[in-house]
Design a protein around this ligand. Structure first.
Ligand code: ADP
Length: 606
């Protein structure tokens, strides 16, 4: 039973029922008509025969004398006529040679009747019957002829006949009434059949419609329990099933929603793949880490949109492995960088087996961005290597000096020189260690930095004052452009800020040849305080600019160390600025000087 179809759909149950009922009624009516006609015909024929027999029998005795005396007998004729009228039959008396002696209806003479089949039989001594159209009256007629005997010899016969048209008339009447009654019965029957068919079929058809809607996913649909007890039970069963299904779908939707929310909220990327390397599931993080615009839909082949040879190779290896036994974690982990992405991903691939109707194999890929971790790891090991290297140089110098001093033959002048070398390198060691300690304490406790209202221009002036001697000695002109009023414009640690400015000024003086100029400026912006240290020195090459704030980074390794720098000065500057919620920038052109700019948040009251 399908919903839409032609208007008269013979597949419909109601129509089938109706058609069956109608057919049955038609057959019954036709059978009754046929049976009635046969019965009536037989009864009528029997009746006519009985009447013919009685009339012929009555006639035999009187006919004997009439047949014996040849010649007209008016009394007999009258008697025949009367009998004929009374019995409403045609009566004929026929001689043994076929000559008609008397007839109750037709005047004589009448043609010789010897050839009539019933007459022939009767003259042969048997009762004869026949049915035919009469040549005398022209009507369909039933004949009965009985022999008339005299002294054991057949001397003629009497014949009684009745027209059959009466019966046909009666039968036609019967048929008309049968047709009428049959039509009425048929009409009533069909009406009843229609109603019954509708009543039986409509709950079923309704149920089919609802079941179809349920099947199409509209699980909120319910069937009204109507019709006979069976269809009501069916409707209830259908409703229970729909409710269960709805519950199941609901809980599965919730579970899937939870899973999606969990996967969507994860920083790690998750990709589940089937054995054909088609995506079963991919979360947003995975798409981002793999450089895709959005997660691939379930069923899409992974490699159609992604080029990642390392992952492809490892994944194939995992998928190609025979199924691992339970409890044997068979995970492949490695670091890789997707093309054109520049990020380092830690990837682990575990085989997956999904139990269902059939067990499906696949793999789960877990991706996490370890770019920062790996860089930090690298920086840490670089740092350790750098520190060791930086410490080794002065230590070697001190040990060398001590060795010379330990020799008894060393003269006083040499002794004095090596003591000075040892002292200088010890001071350098101390400077490095102090800077390192400063850096690590700044990193460790930037929050617990002492914060007091202070004036940046005062701090800058102090730093410049401390370096004025060095600048003069080197022949560098040092200028400070900062307001004299020492209004407290930032919240911070005075000694740290002074250290920050001192480092910048010391660098500027150090990397500016004699005759150059160093300018330090402090000014207030809208919600920041800006300190600029500008020099006309050697400048920094563009390639080195992004790295100057790294620990132990020197543009020219030899040059920096010769001038006594630790390579930690700018790292400290940066950390002090950051610890105060500020930042530091550098602009420089090689050979034309550098500009370092420190910006700190302004105190709100200032
Ligand atoms: P150092 O103690 O060696 O000066 P810093 O961290 O202070 O180390 O500086 C890092 C490097 O940046 C220096 O080695 C130097 O090459 C470069 N540099 C810093 N300040 C200046 C400047 N004002 N002009 C030119 N180069 C500079």
């Amino acid at each position: 039973m399908t919903g839409a179809g032609p208007i008269v759909n013979l597949d419909r149950l109601s129509l089938r029922l109706f058609a069956s009922f109608a057919g049955l009624i038609l057959v019954i009516v036709a059978a009754v008509a046929l049976w009635g006609e046969i019965r009536v015909r037989r009864f009528y024929a029997h009746e006519v025969e009985r009447r013919l027999e009685v009339a012929a029998a009555l006639l035999i005795e009187r006919s004997e004398s009439a047949l014996a005396h040849a010649g007209p007998d008016p009394a007999f004729d009258a008697h025949l006529g009367q009998l004929g009228r009374l019995t409403r039959l045609r009566l004929t008396v026929i001689r043994d040679d076929g000559v008609v002696l008397a007839d109750s209806e037709s005047p004589l003479p009448i043609a010789n009747h010897a050839d009539r089949p019933e007459v022939r039989l009767a003259l042969g001594g048997q009762p004869g019957t026949d049915q035919r159209r009469s040549s005398t009256t022209g009507q369909r007629t039933h004949y009965l002829a009985l022999p008339v005997r005299s002294a054991g010899r057949v001397i003629g016969c009497v014949r009684a006949s009745a027209p059959l048209d009466d019966m046909e008339g009666a039968l036609a009447e019967l048929r008309t009434s049968l047709v009428l009654v049959g039509a009425l019965a048929l009409g009533a029957g069909l009406l009843l059949a229609g109603l019954l068919a509708r009543r039986l079929a409509s709950p079923l058809e309704n149920m089919a419609r609802e079941a179809e809607a349920l099947g199409e996913g509209d699980l909120a649909r319910r069937v009204a329990p109507r019709g006979p007890v069976e269809t009501r039970a069916l409707a209830r069963a259908l409703n229970t099933m729909a409710a269960r299904l709805q519950q199941r779908v609901e809980s599965e939707r919730t579970a899937r929603g939870e899973l999606e929310a969990i996967l969507g909220g994860m920083a790690e990327g998750v990709v589940a793949l089937d054995a054909a390397e088609q995506v079963l599931l991919m979360n947003a993080a995975a798409a981002r880490l793999l450089g895709l615009e959005e997660p691939l839909a379930a069923g899409s082949p992974l490699w159609r949109v992604l080029r990642f040879p390392e992952l492809e190779r490892e994944l194939r290896a995992v998928l190609a492995r025979p199924e691992a036994g339970p409890g044997t974690p068979d995970v492949r982990s490695f670091d890789a960088t997707p093309q054109g992405n520049g990020r380092t991903l830690a990837i682990s691939i575990a085989p997956l087996s999904i139990e269902g109707l059939e067990t499906r194999r696949g793999a789960v890929v877990l991706l996490s961005d370890v770019t920062t971790t790996r860089r930090l790891d690298q920086m840490r090991s670089d740092f350790v290597a750098n520190v060791s290297h930086e410490l080794r140089t002065p230590l070697t110098a001190i040990m060398g000096a001590l060795e010379i001093l330990a020799e008894p033959s060393t003269d006083e002048a040499t002794e004095a020189r090596f003591v000075e070398i040892a002292a200088r390198n010890a001071a350098r060691l101390k400077a490095i260690v102090n800077d390192l300690l400063d850096l690590s304490s700044l990193e460790a406790q930037s929050e617990s930095l002492a914060r007091a209202p202070l004036s940046t221009s005062a701090a800058l002036r102090n730093a410049a004052a401390a370096l004025a001697g060095a600048a003069q000695k080197k022949g560098v002109q040092l200028e400070v452009e900062a307001p004299r009023s020492s209004r407290a414009d930032v919240l911070g640690d005075e000694s740290r800020l002074e250290q920050c400015f001192t480092n910048l000024l010391a660098n500027a003086i150090q990397y500016t040849p004699a005759g150059g100029r160093v300018t330090a400026r402090a000014r207030s912006l809208e919600d920041e305080v800006e300190v600029v240290v500008e020099d006309t020195g050697i400048g920094i090459p563009a390639t080195a600019l992004p790295r100057v704030f790294e620990r132990f980074y020197r543009v020219d390794r030899g040059r920096g160390r010769d001038t006594g720098g630790t390579g930690l000065g700018l790292a400290l500057v940066k950390h002090i600025a950051l610890a105060h919620g500020g930042r530091v920038d550098v602009a420089s052109e090689e050979g034309h000087g550098s500009v370092f700019t420190v910006r700190l948040p302004r105190r709100s009251e200032a």
